[in-house]
Design a protein around this ligand. Structure first.
Ligand code: DOR
Length: 439
């Protein structure tokens, strides 16, 4: 299959350059000036498909290290098919699936259940996590990390914090031995006090129980100290508080091998935006305005390395139970780029270059994904690409999502910047306007 991507702004090592790309046998083969070379003009006649990319931006597909695909076990919330379709629509070509599924990937036998479904159904690349503990509950004994190691991105009990220092210490020693990263959901359950939204002004004035910031940063602090002492590579999931940002900034200054991510909603919203609807509930919760400002400063100065969606779909009825009773989690894959581009790049908070590094280059570097994946488009690279329209304004409408999950606080937001076509290994996996209704 030969596809010609004609006349796009291509994200090369030199920045955006107007070029034509030939995609053949799953690789980007050439970038050339069609008009200047008549021999190449013949190519137009010989390709299987020509995609007009005028006024479009061609970038390597985004990489999301924090996605809940729910399968095996919770297919009514999402399947690997629907979750990867949602990723394709969002411009993602690689996503990493969190292990709070059933069976939890704590052994190779359990992981194989998920790997088989990925092999059968995934339309983009999926790299699973293994659990840290044998039940993925932050408390049980260590998972069989050694046998999982060749097949997983890293180890995480996401959804649960590792409750004891001794358990985290043992996990870090084993991860270091295996050359893997520990990816931590930081949440000290003894500090939760049955809270379910941020312990701030909104919770107080609306009579809700709050989740304090220390339930997050106390564990970040503990783990950073452990990682420093043990020399383990350590990554913090969905950072939401100013204190966590400061702890990580200081640790990086000391040369500790720590990285972290935050998610679009923590950068764009705060607890002042809360409404009495389940689509505003996730864990960690939307924090205060000062936290949001600290997170923005964190992405600007490099303390926060990457952006992940924490795409966490649930059933429609589950999310209809309001702030107290709905489960934690919102979807993100299909609106992350538009939300980030509109709120951060268009408002001059970060450059497009920086946003692309947060979504592509940084996860590739941290998790050693270079080789099969590129952070810029170069000749010979695997054709995992997204073609972006940065100009057309539209309204986010979760009813159109390919994900089974429809719950997002960004429903109804006016945004711009979206993928019109996504390609994996040179194969088109998403085209805007195509009918995916029966997927
Ligand atoms: O909001 C969340 N939802 N946060 C988590 O840590 C887990 C996730 C889920 O699995 O639903």
């Amino acid at each position: 299959m030969k596809t010609l991507l004609k006349n796009g702004m291509v994200y090369t090592p030199c920045g955006f350059e107007q070029k034509n790309l030939l995609v053949e046998d799953g690789k980007v083969f050439l970038s050339f000036d069609l008009e200047a070379d008549s021999a190449v003009n013949k190519l137009e006649a010989s390709v299987d498909k020509i995609v007009a990319c005028d006024n479009k931006y061609i970038v390597p597909g985004f990489v999301d290290v924090h996605v809940h695909l729910r399968e095996p076990g919770f297919f009514y919330k999402e399947t690997i098919k629907t979750g990867t379709m949602a990723g394709a629509r969002g411009g993602y070509t690689t996503i990493c699936s969190m292990p709070n599924v059933n069976p939890a990937p704590a052994t190779l036998e359990a992981l194989k259940v998920q790997l088989d479904i990925i092999e059968r159904d995934a339309v983009i690349k999926v790299i699973p996590y293994g659990t840290i503990t044998s039940r993925g509950d932050g408390r049980s004994r260590l998972a069989d990390m050694e046998e999982l190691s060749p097949y997983v991105l890293a180890f995480s009990d996401d959804g649960k914090g590792i409750q004891s220092k001794e358990l985290m210490e043992a996990a870090m020693i084993e991860a270091k031995r295996l050359g893997k990263v520990i990816v931590a959901h930081c949440e000290d359950e003894s500090l939760l006090h049955n809270g379910y939204i941020h312990d701030g002004e909104y919770a107080r004035s609306h009579g809700h129980r709050g989740i304090s910031s220390d339930s997050e940063w106390v564990q970040v602090m503990r783990d950073v100290q452990l990682a420093e002492a043990l020399g383990c590579r350590y990554h913090v999931c969905h950072v939401s508080t100013a204190e966590s940002v400061e702890i990580i900034r200081a640790a990086k200054g000391r040369g500790v091998g720590v990285t972290c991510e935050t998610a679009p909603h923590y950068l764009v919203l705060s607890d002042a935006d809360l409404r009495e609807e389940g689509r505003f509930k996730m864990n960690p919760p939307l924090r205060g305005a000062a936290d949001r400002a600290a997170l923005i400063a964190g992405i600007q100065d490099g303390t926060i390395d990457m952006l992940a969606t924490d795409h966490a779909p649930h059933g429609e009825e589950e999310k209809s139970r309001g702030l107290e009773k709905s489960p934690f989690g919102i979807v993100g894959l299909e609106c992350a780029f538009p939300v980030l581009y509109t709120n951060l790049v268009k408002r001059h908070i970060i450059t497009l270059d920086k946003l692309l590094d947060l979504l592509i280059g940084a996860p590739i570097r941290r998790f050693n994904l270079a080789g099969p994946r590129n952070s810029r488009i170069e000749e010979g690279m695997t054709a995992d690409l997204a073609i972006l329209d940065l100009d057309t304004e539209f309204t986010i409408d979760s009813k159109t999502f390919l994900s089974k999950g429809k719950s997002t606080p960004f429903d109804g937001a006016r945004v711009q910047g979206h993928s019109v076509l996504t390609m994996v290994d040179g194969k088109i996996v998403y085209t805007e306007g195509a009918d995916y209704a029966n997927n």
